[in-house]
Ligand binder design. Structure first.
Ligand code: ADP
Length: 304
């Protein structure tokens, strides 16, 4: 079984000619409400690939929580373990985008940031030795660490997206607990001190991640492809050629695909290629969770 333990946001997106300056009020060209948050995005990415998935986390008890649940239900994500906490607001991302594709974003973590040990206790019954768990870094780091310890103790596989890297960095213990980590270029630099720009520098960064205790490293290079490395070897997956228009949630679709592939027993190299196809397809569509591809689309791209 696949389990996501992480964040749920509602994205409020305004499309503008240019980003508002301080004190400026602008009329948007259009606006859009969508399901976002890295946890929810990765859960939807898994579901669209035809795998069953549980999303455990927290929302408030407000209209955004209703919206999130309805969207998750439509996508076939099990939200039975999404707790409503009336004292908090559902996570909210207020996003302004301009014609050039630039954006500015304010995120109010709300209920996501109130997750605590009790959520870890609610997660444990969902786990088993053959479970694959997806986590990201939009919930408190002590909760991530506590969950990672329980996941490792049960023998389940943890796919950790170190996004965003907290200001204090990641605790050393996490590197040994996460089976797989998937930093992008910025996150890799924050974790290793090395900004990867090609295969060799990405492999060097992967070596530094291994040195911190990480078993399987995946260094994502955006439109330049992705490098993977574990005890079985290492390699490079070149980017799939697609008409990219919006990179939002590409990383989330990558991780959803990676988890599905690993849960089906693929080795790291094949799983990375499957994931890269998912990430590439996500860039061809606008939106966060809405951008996730279906299994048929991924298989078609893989078949060339
Ligand atoms: P994140 O969204 O976490 O910053 P990336 O931007 O590296 O991560 O995107 C995740 C993955 O999606 C990449 O590793 C790659 O496989 C795929 N991808 C992203 N942008 C493109 C692109 N322009 N063309 C093809 N594949 C892409």
């Amino acid at each position: 079984p696949l389990v996501v333990f992480g964040s749920v946001n509602i994205d409020v997106v305004a499309r503008l000619k240019h980003l508002p300056a301080p004190g400026e009020t602008l009329h948007a060209l259009g606006a859009h409400l969508g399901l976002g948050g890295k946890g929810a995005n990765q859960a939807v990415a898994v579901a669209r690939l035809g795998a069953s998935v549980v999303l455990a986390g927290r929302t408030g008890d407000d209209m955004f929580a209703d919206y999130a649940r309805a969207a998750l239900l439509r996508e076939g994500v099990n939200s039975d373990h999404l707790l409503r906490t009336p004292q908090d607001m559902t996570g909210l991302a207020m996003i302004c985008t301009d014609a050039a594709g630039e954006n500015s974003i304010a995120v109010a973590g709300g209920a996501n940031m109130t997750m605590d040990e009790s959520d870890v206790e609610r997660l444990v019954p969902l786990l088993s030795a053959n479970a694959v768990v997806l986590m990201q870094c939009e919930i408190p780091m002590d909760v991530i660490l506590a969950a990672a310890r329980r996941i490792a103790a049960i023998g389940a596989m943890l796919v950790l997206d170190p996004a965003p890297v907290p200001a204090a960095g990641l605790p050393d213990a996490l590197f040994g607990l996460a089976g797989v980590m998937t930093p992008n270029e910025t996150e890799t630099e924050l974790l290793t001190g090395l900004r990867p720009h090609d295969v060799d520098s990405a492999l060097e960064a992967a070596r530094r991640l291994h040195a911190r205790g990480l078993e399987r490293a995946i260094v994502k290079l955006g439109a330049r492809g992705v490098v993977f490395s574990d005890a079985g070897g290492h390699g490079f997956v070149p980017p799939f050629r697609v008409a990219a228009i919006d990179s939002v949630a590409a990383g989330d679709c990558f991780n959803g695909g990676l988890a599905v592939a690993l849960s089906r027993g693929m080795d790291l190299g094949h799983a990375t290629r499957f994931a890269a196809a998912c990430g590439a397809l996500a860039t061809t569509r606008k939106g966060a969770s809405e951008a996730a591809p279906t299994l048929a689309e991924v298989e078609a791209l893989l078949a060339g």
